[in-house]
Ligand binder design. Structure first.
Ligand code: FES
Length: 129
């Protein structure tokens, strides 16, 4: 019985000592994610694209890609908090993908680009080569 209690105490002590480290790690992640990253606006109109059924496509969510409306990996350096939206259409189709990056039905255009906050916003311009 004494051995069992000792083992349980060691486990409890071990867990107790680990908790502050886990809490500190979690706390730092929480504080980093409290400010949601905002995309830039590469276009105030949607992009008409031909999608291939069964193929994975990566729609740019940050707006920094030079291959709009698709991802070119620019988010890794320009918007580390954002990732592309990956999707696989069931069949070949022609669709309008959002270019303003503010649609409520990603990756598809839902007309949000016609709203004042998009019309009055600045378009993103690439500053480097
Ligand atoms: S281009 Fe973004 S909602 Fe139409």
């Amino acid at each position: 019985m004494n051995t069992l209690v000792t083992k349980l105490e060691q486990k409890w002590i071990s867990l107790t000592l680990k908790q502050p480290w886990i809490a500190a790690t979690a706390a730092s992640k929480v504080s980093l994610s409290t400010i949601p990253p905002e995309p830039v606006i590469p276009s105030k109109k949607p992009f008409k694209v031909e999608l291939v059924g069964g193929k994975r496509h990566s729609w740019c969510t940050c707006g920094h890609s030079r291959k709009q409306p698709f991802c070119d990996g620019a988010h890794k350096t320009r918007a580390p908090g954002l990732s592309p939206l990956r999707f696989v259409p069931e069949k070949d189709s022609t669709v309008w993908l959002c270019g303003c990056k503010h649609t409520n039905n990603p990756p598809y255009c839902d007309g949000t680009h016609k709203q004042d906050f998009i019309l009055s916003a600045a378009l993103h311009e690439h500053t480097d080569s």
